[in-house]
Design a protein around this ligand. Structure first.
Ligand SMILES: Cc1cc2nc3c(=O)[nH]c(=O)nc-3n(C[C@H](O)[C@H](O)[C@H](O)COP(=O)(O)OP(=O)(O)OC[C@H]3O[C@@H](n4cnc5c(N)ncnc54)[C@H](O)[C@@H]3O)c2cc1C
Length: 549
């Protein structure tokens, strides 16, 4: 799976001190923060600028900004949701630097919703014990943040942006550090086709892996590319088994695939509640926070109820919120429901869990550094350790913001000298894009909300078969499918090794949480062309001390 992949030889080459891969909140924040500190920043993004998950975020961004709230309380809620697998130092960084980071976003031009007195309107979501979620346009927070960031980048001519540029692989120097990025540019410009950017550092901000599964809230670009290409370059990946399934994704029928509409947790934050097919609320007694319990608890409760009753979904009752509240507070969700034939003002909304968020990814320290010299990672592609086994709602936009700011603090002082990449003459052998649906079906059935050793081993067999489906074409679909095979395989292997139930990882054959043996993190890396994996203890802070390659 590892040794035979290599990008095609580049036909053109340009230079930039720093290449930022991805244009969501993490990538654009990094680019804006780095401008002026390095000679040239190049942002490459595989679709248009706003194609990532950031644009779709509904609920908001969490930070201790409200009266009576403190970073300490935000820290406690984050650690509880993370189920004992968070990196405490990373969490502390997140919650203490979060309020300033959000204020900076406001100064940049983001318009969050305000009370009539001009104070931020803050709401509550699952797992939070305080009102601390800043939101915009009611439920269009991500779109507003993405708009403000794109506008800021447009005002910064020193940042170059290339859209429709798929980063396919890193180019490495003789010391194993970053020397460049191979790109596949699909357009009509002077840089079409396969090319290379020679650079001194790469900031990976390429988002998540939602399309490992058949149903996801993620847009089409979320195919785990960044994790797979970092892994091929020798980066350590961590916590891949912790995939968050959002409990309330609109159920569109048994054959619906790809990105599905999300009913934000904020709807439950405002009083909506789950009911079964008899109309009975079922979250009371399951958790002290009932319908506002952490996501894994709610997703499991829904799944259990679906299995017990044989129904393919449960229902969300938000009728009592009323028409005018729905219109002002959740206009996007209201429109989305109506587009699919449901009026949440008068009807129950069918909901079921679907893949939402990758808590794991490229392992970084609290400055966004990976173990590959010159490679930094931020946002959903990274595993900074703030989410542990389960992400607290609305902490992910904040993570991208906070850790991109941090990368910009250290990266300019650590720029590598210009180095020549080591020639790589291997021909790319990519998986045929036709294998993608089978991969997604298998991962959904056997490595989704419910997992067991037998199912995971069967999934690994299926994935091995799909990985042998070499296709004749070297195009975006083939690269993405190849990357999906890589991250799916690592995810399933990590899930198999973790013989316990913790946070978003639920093993039917190991229903208890194992605090004695396996509270640490799985890590995966390639060493001398060989796949290696192992555990390291929870709550590490120093990567060099963690025995990394
Ligand atoms: C429906 C939905 C609702 C959400 N609601 C919330 C919320 O309310 N609050 C919250 O905190 N979080 C929320 N999240 C999660 C949050 O939106 C994401 O975790 C966050 O936006 C990730 O930001 P990012 O910058 O890391 O990645 P993204 O915004 O996903 O951006 C990734 C970028 O990388 C590009 N890219 C990917 N691969 C390549 C490649 N190979 N080459 C070049 N470019 C590439 C993509 O095109 C994109 O520009 C939600 C997510 C979804 C899907």
């Amino acid at each position: 799976m590892v040794g035979r992949l290599a990008a095609a030889q580049p036909g053109w080459s340009v230079r930039a001190d720093v290449v930022v891969v991805g244009s969501g909140i993490a990538g654009l924040t990094a680019a804006l923060r780095l401008r002026g500190l390095v000679d040239k920043v190049l942002v490459v993004t595989k679709d248009v600028l706003d194609a990532g998950s950031t644009q779709w975020a509904q609920g908001g961004i969490a930070a201790a900004l409200g009266p009576g709230d403190t970073p300490g309380q935000h820290e406690r809620d984050t650690l509880v949701a993370g189920a004992g697998a968070c990196d405490r130092e990373a969490v502390r960084v997140l919650v203490t630097e979060g309020p300033d980071a959000v204020r900076e976003l406001i100064a940049l031009g983001t318009s969050f919703d305000l009370h009539p007195d001009g104070e931020l309107s803050l709401t509550r979501e699952g797992g939070h014990h305080r009102d601390r979620i800043a939101h915009a346009g009611g439920d269009a927070t991500g779109a507003e943040i993405q708009r403000a960031l794109i506008a800021a980048v447009a005002r910064a001519p020193e940042i170059e942006v290339v859209e429709h540029a798929l980063a396919v692989d890193l180019q490495l120097a003789g010391d194993g550090g970053v020397a460049g990025v191979t790109l596949h540019v699909m357009g009509e410009g002077r840089r079409d086709g396969v090319g290379a950017v020679r650079c001194r550092a790469v900031v990976l901000a390429s988002g998540g892996l939602g399309h490992v599964y058949s149903q996801t809230t993620n847009p089409a670009v979320a195919t785990g590319d960044g994790m797979a290409l970092a892994y091929r370059a020798g980066a350590v990946l961590q916590d891949l088994e912790f995939v968050q399934f959002h409990p309330t994704v609109m159920w569109l029928g048994p054959h619906s695939r790809g990105q599905q509409p999300l009913i934000s947790e904020a709807v439950r934050g405002e009083g909506a509640f789950l009911v079964d097919w008899e109309g009975r609320p079922f979250m009371q007694g399951v958790h002290p926070l009932a319908d506002l319990a952490p996501r894994d608890v709610v997703a499991k409760a829904i799944t259990r109820r679906m299995m017990a009753t044989g129904h393919p979904h449960m229902w969300l009752d938000a009728r009592h919120l009323g028409r005018s509240f729905w219109t002002s507070r959740f206009p996007t969700i209201l429109a989305s429901c109506r587009q699919h034939g449901i009026d949440p003002v008068t009807e129950l909304v069918p909901v079921a869990p679907a893949c939402h968020y990758a808590s794991g990814g490229v392992a970084t320290d609290v400055w966004g550094r990976s173990n590959v010299p010159g490679l930094y990672a931020t946002g959903e592609v990274a595993c900074s350790g703030v989410h542990g086994a389960n992400r607290l709602a609305s902490n992910s936009l904040l993570e991208g913001l906070v850790f991109s700011r941090r990368i910009a603090e250290v990266l300019p002082g650590e720029l590598r000298p210009w180095t020549d990449p080591v020639a790589d003459t291997r021909e790319p052998v990519l998986v045929d894009g036709a294998g993608r649906p089978a991969l997604q079906e298998e991962m959904t059935a056997r490595a989704g909300v419910l997992r067991s050793a037998g199912g995971l081993m069967a999934a690994l067999d299926t994935l091995a078969g799909i990985s042998r489906l070499a296709g004749p074409t070297v195009d975006q679909d083939a690269w993405e499918t190849t990357n999906l095979v890589t991250v799916s395989t690592l995810l399933a292997e990590a899930a198999l090794l973790r013989e316990e139930t913790r946070g978003s990882h639920w093993r039917e054959d190991f229903p208890e949480r194992d605090d004695l043996d396996q509270s640490g993190h799985h890590e995966w890396w390639v060493e001398n062309g060989e796949l290696r994996h192992g555990f390291r203890p929870a709550v590490p802070t120093d990567l060099s001390a963690a025995g990394r390659p």
